[in-house]
Design a protein around this ligand. Structure first.
Ligand SMILES: Cc1cc2nc3c(=O)[nH]c(=O)nc-3n(C[C@H](O)[C@H](O)[C@H](O)COP(=O)(O)OP(=O)(O)OC[C@H]3O[C@@H](n4cnc5c(N)ncnc54)[C@H](O)[C@@H]3O)c2cc1C
Length: 541
């Protein structure tokens, strides 16, 4: 270890700059303030909430149980806040985020409408300089990225997209004012989790709805419901046990894989188990299913066949049902959309499904959408085309580390990280919910990672350190570990945002390993070990 320069940050604007005021950035601010640090959060939007600020599309809601999603760090907050539904809608979750910001007086250190375009490390001052869209600059010893795994929306590359004369919206850039669908001819492009929520919500409001589907997804019922007073009391009394359970499960959900394999039971028992899961709330059918359905093709085929049968039962027109059944991936190998009468939407007279594999979209015209078969006229086009996931928000910022190295160059063949938290040659930069970190039921992972980052900054301050950096060997070992964990997972053999594929973004046509797919407890154990050993795997100075 080299002799430490003084720890004061005199001459720097802040001790820590945080980018993003979603759940990650808000909690990070709260924790760093406890250390008495000068912190500024820069947020592109005009309000806190991140995902829940931007995604105002009709029907946007949780797939995590509301009470398992909220912050757990404040007993008072848990006592005060009441979720109205098992899976709260976006307006309620945004209200929650605002409530948290008010309660902990967070906004005074958040600068809104401030998109960061560049972040450059300077070796001399051992600090980061960030540049905003308007050209203003700020410096800080530490830089924490809280820019979101699903925060960079992507529009489809369809010729004529900007020529449309009606209204068009990406679901993650939905207007703040209410959109009136009455009597409107509406197109939805995309049938991922967001498309499914949008379609099932607007179908009964619109005049006519045409869904343009490229890849059908396996969907399962959400089974949402209001939380009555008695259940509310039970939830509140049970918070400590519930959060303890989330710490023990594979991906921090209330659900965790069943220890049995799909063929360790009789056909009847398997069928009964699937039936039970299909009738239960939330992600149980995905996260709480037999332990081998996401790694063994034959096991996966049993649940895929079960859900295909359900689709055929629920959709009256069997030709349409067949189009809604995925053929190129097994159940649960892409992000599972949870639905509420989604399949029944296709029994309505005012809804039509267009399979764009059969009749590709040729172009968007001033009046609507032209496929290889015909031209459809619309008043509104909704792009439910998702995000440039996990690395997308990083790619939009010009990150330059020690010696001017570009993060984009470093990650050209896929992300390389240390614990998903740090990058070699990017000293004093810490990442929240970036690549290679445990995600799952994300706020549980956010709380862990924020606490870890806070611990490291506390340690650095206490020891008078001004430079903390992941080593090349540490990054190589973690990146190899993450890649090894992904081997044999069916989801890693399928094109989806989870494998870094997005045909609407240049250079995102090759699969990468951007997700940590081990268990959250194993992830935390590894990070805890590093902290307990005084961060001696890092280069400290
Ligand atoms: C529709 C939808 C539903 C979801 N449902 C669930 C669920 O049920 N359960 C679950 O666990 N997860 C869910 N997620 C994932 C969700 O993203 C996380 O749960 C969580 O909100 C992530 O919080 P975050 O603060 O890390 O990121 P975000 O909430 O994405 O916040 C990142 C913030 O950073 C800002 N930002 C990004 N780049 C810049 C920049 N250059 N300059 C300034 N600001 C910037 C963005 O504006 C944004 O406000 C869902 C995601 C979506 C899109």
């Amino acid at each position: 270890m080299t002799a430490s320069p003084p720890s004061q940050t005199t001459g720097l604007d802040f001790d820590v700059v945080v980018i993003g005021a979603g759940l990650s950035g808000m909690y990070q601010l709260y924790r760093l303030r406890e250390l008495g640090l000068r912190v500024r959060v820069f947020e592109a939007g005009t309000e806190v909430g991140g995902t829940w600020y931007w995604n105002r599309y009709p029907g946007a809601r949780f797939d995590s149980e509301s009470y398992s999603y909220g912050y757990s760090f404040s007993k008072e907050l848990l006592e005060e806040w009441e979720w109205s539904e098992h899976f709260a809608g976006q307006p309620e979750t945004l209200r929650y985020c605002k409530y948290v910001a008010d309660k902990f007086d967070l906004r005074r250190d958040i600068q809104f409408s401030s998109r960061i375009t560049a972040a450059i490390y300077g070796e001399e001052a051992r600090s980061w300089t960030i540049t905003l869209e308007d050209g203003s600059r700020f410096s800080a010893r530490f830089l924490v990225t809280a820019i979101g795994p699903l925060s960079t929306p992507t529009l489809p590359r369809i010729e004529g997209r900007d020529s449309f004369e009606g209204r068009s919206f990406h679901t993650a850039r939905w207007p703040k004012e209410k959109v009136d669908f009455a009597g409107q001819r509406v197109a939805v492009i995309g049938t991922g989790a967001t498309g499914v929520q949008t379609i099932q919500t607007i179908a009964s409001e619109v005049g006519h709805l045409i869904v343009f589907q490229r890849t059908p997804n396996w969907c399962a019922p959400l089974h949402n419901g209001k939380i009555d007073a008695e259940t509310q009391a039970r939830i509140k009394a049970g918070y400590p046990e519930m959060f303890a359970r989330c710490q023990e499960t594979f991906a921090c959900f209330l659900h965790t894989p069943d220890p049995r394999g799909a063929f360790e039971v009789t056909d009847e028992e398997r069928e009964a188990f699937y039936e039970k899961l299909y009738g239960e709330r939330g992600f149980g059918i995905w996260q709480g299913n037999f332990k081998d359905i996401l790694i063994d093709r034959k096991a996966n085929a049993t649940i895929s066949e079960f859900v295909a049968r359900k689709i055929r039962e629920r959709v009256k027109n069997q030709a349409v049902a067949e189009k809604l059944i995925p053929r190129n991936h097994g159940f649960g190998t892409r992000r599972l959309p949870l639905e509420t009468f989604y399949y029944e939407v296709y029994n309505r007279d005012n809804v039509e499904l267009v399979d764009i594999n059969e009749t590709p979209i040729a172009r968007i015209t001033p009046k609507g959408i032209r496929t290889s078969a015909k031209e459809y006229q619309f008043d509104i086009i909704i792009f439910a085309t998702g995000f440039d996931a996990i690395t997308g928000a990083f790619d939009r910022i010009d990150f330059r580390g020690a010696g001017g190295v570009l993060l984009k160059d470093k990650w050209r063949s896929g992300p390389e990280t240390y614990l998903g938290l740090m990058v070699h040659r990017f000293p004093n930069m810490l990442m929240l919910m970036g690549p290679h970190t445990a995600l799952g039921n994300i706020p549980r992972s956010i709380e862990y990672s924020v606490d870890w980052v806070t611990g490291l900054i506390r340690f650095a301050r206490a020891k008078g350190l001004t430079r903390v950096e992941a080593t090349e060997a540490g990054v190589a070992a973690w990146t190899d570990h993450v890649k090894a964990l992904g081997v044999g997972l069916l989801s890693n053999e399928v094109d989806s945002w989870m494998t870094g594929i997005n045909r609407n973004v240049d250079g995102k046509t090759r699969r990468i390993v951007a997700r940590y797919t081990g268990s959250a407890p194993a992830y935390r154990a590894r990070c805890d070990e590093v902290a307990a050993k005084g961060y001696d795997e890092l280069r400290l100075g």
